[in-house]
Design a binder for this molecule. Structure first.
Ligand code: PHE
Length: 338
């Protein structure tokens, strides 16, 4: 019997040497030390032995079983270590290889200016107001003091879907709507948005463009408030050294009205002025239609073209660049204003 045990141990030793992976090792374990394995079978033979030999044989079998289990365990560790090393080797990452660059988008230059001005005006206590682009004649024109046959309508209107509905020609209808909403209470708003007009046949105008209008209504609002606000805005946009010049002008919805020019240094070093926006004190009729008593309340309003700001700031020659999604154009504005 002890002979048999010795042979068994040797056989396992040989077979173990040939084991290549964990599956084979598991087969070996089942064959020898599982419940029905060869070692357990030997235990079964215990009964056939004379009584006095049984304890010694039993403990010898147990020793062998334990040795086998230890050897199998050690082999298992060895195989697992090797598998780990192999996979580490195989999955090795070469950190010196160049990476893949992510293409990062850019914020559209028009949106950069809108966000920039929204930040400025929210900081000054303004709210941002929004309204529909397809607008009723009443809000777009009549509430802005442009009655049905007012000649100034001709300068703007183009896109009607029916006789009283058109694509808004300015963001002023948002002002009209907000006045009615506020029901006579003081307000400070800016309205950024897309507007539509008849096309001028020149590359600095488009049938569609972007506007930001501002409106403030309160008691004792003077032209001085307007001038200060405009100067703040212009310096915020173009730099602290800029000056503004106000020229008398005409808009049906403001009285008095001005056109606002911003100073710039010409190539020969002289100071020049270039027009950038329209503004004025809100016309009493507009206040009245919006639900404000013009004897108690005054206001000022201004309207600025967002494309025009970018065109002046960066010397852009064709307004269509803003709408054609050419990345070569758009990517030049990466992080410019932010
Ligand atoms: N609504 C005017 C326009 O689009 C701009 C403007 C607004 C002018 C407010 C003066 C005051 O032409």
């Amino acid at each position: 019997m002890t002979e048999e045990l010795k042979r068994l141990t040797e056989k396992i030793g040989e077979e173990l040497g040939a084991v290549k992976d964990l599956n084979e090792l598991e087969e070996l374990r089942i064959r020898y030390v599982s419940k029905k394995g060869e070692v357990s079978m030997l235990m079964g033979k215990l009964r056939d032995l004379p009584k006095e030999e049984r304890p010694a044989f039993g403990s010898a079998v147990n020793d062998v079983k334990q040795t086998i289990e230890e050897v199998l365990h050690a082999k298992k560790r060895e195989l697992e270590d090797r598998a780990l090393l192999e996979s580490l080797e195989k999955e090795k990452i070469d950190v010196t290889l160049p990476g893949y660059a992510f293409r990062q988008g850019t914020i559209h230059p028009l949106n950069q200016v809108i966000e920039d001005l929204e930040d400025l005006f929210v900081g000054l206590g303004y709210e941002i107001a929004d309204g529909p682009e397809l607008e009723n004649d009443y809000y777009n024109f009549e509430m802005m003091n442009l009655a049905k046959d007012h000649p100034a309508r001709d300068m703007q209107d183009s896109f009607y879907t029916d006789p009283t509905t058109l694509l808004r020609t300015h963001t002023s209808p948002v002002q009209a709507r907000t006045m009615l909403e506020k029901k006579g209470k003081p307000l400070s708003i800016i309205c950024p948005g897309r507007v539509y007009r008849r096309d001028d046949d020149d590359p600095t105008h488009s049938h569609q463009f972007t506007q930001i209008e501002g409106l403030v209504i309160d008691r004792d609002i003077t032209f001085g408030h307007l001038k200060d606000t405009l100067l703040k805005m212009v310096r915020h946009l173009f730099g602290p050294e800029r000056e503004i010049r106000l020229r008398p002008s005409y808009f049906p919805f403001t009285e008095p009205s001005v056109e606002v020019d911003v100073s710039y240094v010409k190539q020969n070093g002289e100071i020049g002025y270039i027009e950038i926006l329209g503004a004025g004190q809100v016309h009493p009729e507009v206040l009245r239609m919006g639900g404000y008593d013009p004897d108690t309340y005054q206001g000022f309003a201004f309207g600025i073209g967002v494309e025009r700001i970018v065109i002046l700031k960066y010397g852009i020659d064709d307004i269509r660049h803003f709408y054609t999604n050419d990345l070569r154009f758009l990517e030049q504005f990466k992080g410019v204003n932010r």
